[in-house]
Design a protein around this ligand. Structure first.
Ligand code: ZN
Length: 259
């Protein structure tokens, strides 16, 4: 990214917030204009600061940012901030808050800094809007759909007709593996591969091409849900070679889905 001026407008979602020094915060935001950036919000940690409320985690905001260009890797500084949506329900409701954390975790951990990607920005934003209003028992479906679509947005689209290793036509059984990839045929699977149920394979294929608001219409057996979760976990491990903390919260959300 080449920056020339000192002031920038950007809109984005605050996906991480850490305390810094006396009364300051360093925010990570995923912005439409610059992708994932770090911004310093001076004074925002002080209880009476007007910025305290505006710089909360999961706010959708419009920034006026400043960059002096004098230091290497210097974060942007917040000059002005306007909140476009506080997503109150996400903050008040435990299941929604957990799901929002699961949505932003791969963005914080797996996506490079300052790479603009409007597709990813829109996916995160739409997912937050849906998460703010969706029925509680459907939250888990939004989340698995988002995780499939995040991969698609990053260029990982899966053709469930062909084995990713030997390229042969997939008839019948489909497998996912943390070391060999996805989708795999019966000959390319290993002892650690997961067999996908028909429902799980269909869902992944479907989710790649649908909008996240459709998650409010999804229903499935708990077994299929758990199969999809494990498959996605293997696919993410294969692609990024990193584990996410979010997977361990899935069980809580699955319980909600079953109510
Ligand atoms: Zn194969």
């Amino acid at each position: 990214m080449i920056l020339k001026s000192r002031y920038y407008k950007a809109e984005g979602i605050i996906i991480k917030s850490i305390k810094f020094g006396e009364g300051h915060k360093i925010l990570t935001a995923y912005t439409k204009e610059f992708g994932r950036i770090e911004v310093t919000a001076f004074g925002s940690q002080k209880p009476k600061s007007k910025l305290a409320n505006k710089t909360q985690l999961f706010n959708y905001v419009r920034f006026l940012l400043y960059h002096s260009h004098t230091k290497e890797n210097e974060p942007f500084a917040v000059k002005e901030i306007e909140v476009l949506n506080y997503f109150d329900k996400i903050k008040e409701d435990y299941s929604r808050y957990i799901a929002a954390s699961c949505i932003v975790e791969p963005v914080v951990k797996l996506i490079g800094r300052e790479q603009q990607d409007v597709g990813i920005f829109k996916l995160i934003l739409k997912s937050f809007y849906v998460l703010d209003v969706i029925e509680e028992r459907k939250i888990i479906y939004l989340l698995i759909m988002y995780l499939v679509k995040l991969l698609s947005s990053m260029g990982y689209r899966f053709n469930l007709d062909l084995c990713a290793v030997c390229n042969s036509y997939l008839e019948g059984e489909i497998y996912a593996d943390s070391f060999r990839g996805f989708p795999l045929c019966g000959r390319c699977k290993t002892a650690n591969s997961l067999k996908l149920s028909n429902g799980a394979a269909k869902f992944i294929s479907w989710a790649q091409n649908e909008e996240v608001f459709k998650s409010s219409k999804v229903t499935m057996e708990l077994e299929t849900l758990s199969n999809i979760k494990t498959a996605l976990q293997k696919v993410y491990e294969f692609i990024f070679n990193k584990s996410l903390d979010g997977w361990k919260y899935f069980d809580n959300l699955e319980t909600t889905a079953n109510r």
